[in-house]
Design a protein around this ligand. Structure first.
Ligand SMILES: NC(=O)C1=CN([C@@H]2O[C@H](COP(=O)(O)OP(=O)(O)OC[C@H]3O[C@@H](n4cnc5c(N)ncnc54)[C@H](OP(=O)(O)O)[C@@H]3O)[C@@H](O)[C@H]2O)C=CC1
Ligand SMILES: N[C@@H](C=O)C(=O)O
Length: 251
């Protein structure tokens, strides 16, 4: 049985990936902070698809505890076939001079360092097995910048660079590396960005049809299901209604 490890599996793209990989018969290692929601998601997946789920209730910004939780998994669970570095977020949408230092720290610690921490642990497992596939969730914000996107865009540009670096560093071990860069996807993302302001979050998608999480999960499945001689390095996937990264923030 194949194993997928998904960070940020309680909501949005990560939750959609968990469903899709479970439906494809993968057993899952799911990482997130919200214990009750993770347990509920895991129970549903086990009941619906008859697969096994390991729940890792951890903040990916905490390397020591994340490492302990993952390294103490049973040995056969460490033969991870697919790592989906999904956990991430944006905090605020302010011009640089008005930005919050703590928001900047949260985005940098989650989107860059958290991704590095999970990759550090799992890539070593994959190197030992000389196989695996790492999927990094970037963003259109990792390809372009937009007004007030500053630090979030910078973190996703970092993910873009890290993806290219991982691809080179892990090639000798037969490990595939791919990035997917979505445009607007209607998840909890905007509610998190605007600190729970549901009206402001909803307005982001007014007047256009955004992507949904399943669109990204299906694209990731396409990437993962390519034959061994094919590696998709980078996929940019946008709502038809969104040509560039500019977020129209309707206050
Ligand atoms: N939605 C969009 O428009 C786009 C999103 N993206 C990227 O897609 C990825 C997923 O976002 P999306 O599904 O939209 O957003 P959601 O807010 O719906 O999901 C984010 C997930 O990440 C988890 N998470 C956040 N911080 C941490 C942390 N410190 N430790 C562990 N888990 C964490 C959350 O779980 P919990 O709170 O339980 O820990 C949640 O499961 C992110 O990297 C985002 O930047 C990229 C392009 C577009
Ligand atoms: N595409 C969105 C999420 O990453 C954004 O850029 O805000």
């Amino acid at each position: 049985m194949k194993t997928a490890l998904i960070t940020g599996a309680t909501s949005g793209i990560g939750a959609a990936c968990a469903h899709l990989f479970a439906a494809q018969g993968y057993r899952l290692i799911l990482v997130a902070r919200r214990a009750e929601l993770l347990a509920e998601r895991a129970r549903h997946l086990e009941d619906k698809y008859g697969i096994e789920v390991k729940k890792i209730v951890q903040d990916i910004r905490d390397f020591e505890n994340l490492s302990y939780a993952l390294e103490t998994l049973p040995a056969e669970w460490k033969k991870v076939d697919v790592l989906i570095n999904n956990a991430g977020l944006s905090q605020g949408l302010d011009p640089i001079h008005k930005g919050s230092i703590s928001d900047w720290d949260t985005m940098i610690d989650t989107n860059i360092k958290g991704l590095l921490y999970s990759t550090k642990i799992v890539s070593n497992w994959m190197v030992a097995e000389k196989r695996g596939h790492i999927i990094n969730i970037g963003s259109i914000a990792g390809k372009e910048v937009y007004p007030n996107g500053n630090v979030y865009c910078a973190t996703k540009h970092a993910v873009d660079a890290l993806n290219k670096s991982m691809r080179i560093d892990l090639l000798p071990y037969g490990i595939k590396v791919s990035a997917i860069h979505p445009g607007m996807v209607e998840t909890e993302f905007s509610k998190v960005r605007f600190k729970g302001d549901e009206n402001r979050a909803k307005k982001v998608y007014d007047g256009l049809e955004p992507l949904i999480a399943d669109d990204i999960a299906e694209a990731i499945w396409f990437i993962v299901s390519r034959p061994p001689h094919v590696n998709i390095n980078d996929m940019l996937i946008m709502p038809t209604a969104q040509a560039t990264g500019t977020i129209i923030d309707r206050k």
